[in-house]
Design a protein around this ligand. Structure first.
Ligand SMILES: Cc1cc2nc3c(=O)[nH]c(=O)nc-3n(C[C@H](O)[C@H](O)[C@H](O)COP(=O)(O)O)c2cc1C
Length: 172
């Protein structure tokens, strides 16, 4: 069984603020990363008209190769980005699929990085991640909130990210 970690970036900007945080964490952990905005993953559809888009192959890769999933999302309107929410909604497609992909998430670990406009994050932001992990039988091992100042990661946030990276490496 593989023991690797992957960061899933859910920003609407390929090289925006969330990406700067993801790049920092990648450097510290050596984890792989993927960018949801560069994939063709449409919104959940009860009729499964989207079953041939990039979602199932992505999930197969995640399930087969990684034990730790780090969700990195900007804060858009007090919540995860729409791109990331589509990713979560689509989990419904793989919970009862032939390959039992969704069930194979059980036992893996989940963490979350938020990237907002400043240090404030509203209570409850992490709840959908925590509860989704519970539902899927994944271990939720924590989160960190970040922001940029003049397009740079402040020393305060860098320190948080370094200890978060250490946590990620220890749990991998
Ligand atoms: C549609 C939209 C909604 C936003 N809503 C919030 C918000 O509710 N709280 C917050 O702290 N920042 C909010 N912001 C600011 C972004 O979270 C912040 O600029 C973030 O660093 C952007 O990351 P990105 O470059 O990866 O998109 C919002 C930005 C956008 C584009």
């Amino acid at each position: 069984m593989s023991k690797r970690g992957i960061i899933i970036q859910g920003s609407s900007r390929v090289n925006g603020n969330t990406n700067k945080i993801v790049t920092f964490i990648k450097e510290k952990t050596g984890f792989d990363s993927i960018n949801l905005v560069s994939k063709n993953i449409s919104a959940f559809d009860y009729d499964k008209k989207n079953e041939n888009d990039d979602y199932a192959p992505l999930m197969e890769d995640l399930v087969n190769n990684y034990d730790l999933i780090v969700f990195a999302t900007p804060i858009y309107w007090y919540a995860m980005s729409g791109i990331m929410k589509n990713f979560f909604d689509r989990l419904v497609d793989i919970l009862n699929d032939e390959k039992k992909l969704g069930r194979r998430l059980k036992g893996k670990s989940m963490t979350m990085i938020s990237c907002g406009s400043g240090p404030e994050i509203k209570e409850g932001f992490s709840m959908p991640f925590v509860e989704s992990a519970n539902y899927l039988g994944m271990h939720y091992i924590g989160d960190v909130h970040t922001w940029l100042e003049d397009e740079l990661i402040s020393e305060e946030v860098q320190k948080e990210l370094i200890s978060f990276s250490e946590l990620l490496i220890s749990k991998k």
